[in-house]
Design a protein. Structure first.
Ligand code: CP
Ligand code: NVA
Length: 317
């Protein structure tokens, strides 16, 4: 029988301390180096199992999490919400208790963040957020790894997020930037400013790291001196009913070549993907020389291996 103890979850990026986040990024760099030196599989989590539960679509997270698990020697089980009994109304709390008795870790992508909290409350194994309407912590970790790889440092950089400031991706990014001493500006229409609780957390971390966190509504001014310009889709999964309203609000927030030209000469462009060309970003920018979106997507794999190790804490040879 499993020993029930309080597991460490990763539901928000703020579940990590800045120290943890730095260690995870370092570990990801180390794992990536080992991967490229030909060591594709490190069987440090051999015998461990993970359930990957998806309530909404995914390409990057689905593939990179499954491969991250396999490359660490784990056995992954991918579950689509609607194909489990959850789809027929079995309570989340019952599912959590049952899955915890089979697997060592549960990763879930959900519509409502509250459902993730419920899953974690009743799970006796770690629960990882693979995206909810509130946060996307795995994306932010991989993004920090990517920025470090490209810029050689994190502290003191200027990261500007243009668009929907209360998107899950923006939320996790703001907190991560604040934790690591990156100066972050969110340029969004006032109606789409980041949630207050997210900003409060970010200001708390920023006090300790020295980061400046600002929310403004003028993208033209915001991108001046930017080292990184980042955007996400205007209409997130689950927002189909308010799609038109969001598109109207976000007119003028497209990342174009002209907008990027206002930033530093060596600015890089980032996007969590999937992208909607012609909406939040032009084709020219995403396909252009400043775009690092493919590296960003690749780094999901390496960052997630580090997260799995951080959560399960095996000894690494
Ligand atoms: N960025 C990201 O999470 O992509 P997917 O929705 O394809 O997983
Ligand atoms: N904000 C987007 C991110 C996709 C990875 C969404 O939730 O659809």
């Amino acid at each position: 029988m499993k020993v029930i103890k309080t597991p460490r979850h990763l539901l928000s990026i703020a579940d990590l301390t800045p120290w943890d986040l730095n260690r995870i990024i370092e570990l990801a760099q180390y794992l990536k180096r080992r991967y490229y030196s030909g060591e594709r599989v490190l069987n440090v989590l051999k015998g461990y199992t993970i359930a990957l539960l998806f309530e909404k679509p995914s390409t990057r997270t689905r593939v990179s999490m499954e491969l991250a698990a396999v490359q660490l020697g784990m056995y992954p089980i991918v579950l689509t919400w609607s194909e489990t009994q959850l789809g027929r109304g079995e309570p989340i709390k019952d599912t959590a208790r049952v899955l915890s008795r089979y697997v060592d870790l549960i990763a879930a992508r959900v519509y409502r963040h509250e459902n993730l909290l419920e899953l974690a409350r009743y799970s006796s194994v770690p629960v990882v957020n693979m995206l909810s309407d509130k946060e996307h912590p795995l994306q932010a970790i991989a993004d920090m790894l990517t920025i470090l790889e490209v810029k050689g440092r994190l502290k003191g950089l200027k990261l500007v997020f243009v668009g929907d400031g209360r998107s899950n991706v923006a939320h996790s990014l703001i907190i991560a930037a604040a934790m690591l001493g990156i100066n972050m500006v969110v340029a969004s229409p006032p109606q789409l400013s980041p949630d207050k609780d997210v900003l409060d957390k970010a200001y708390e971390f920023a006090n300790a790291s020295g980061a400046r966190i600002e929310v403004v509504d003028d993208p033209q001014k915001a991108v001046e001196e930017a080292d990184v310009v980042y955007t996400d889709v205007w209409v997130s999964m689950g927002e189909e009913e308010i799609a038109e309203k969001k598109r109207q609000l976000l007119q003028g927030y497209t990342v174009t070549k002209d907008l990027l030209a206002r930033a530093k000469h060596d600015v890089v462009f980032m996007h969590c993907l999937p992208a909607r060309r012609g909406e939040e970003v032009t084709d020219e920018v995403i396909e252009g020389p400043q775009s690092i979106v493919w590296l960003q997507a690749e780094n999901r794999l390496h960052a997630q291996k580090a997260v799995l190790l951080w959560l399960l804490q095996p000894k690494i040879p």
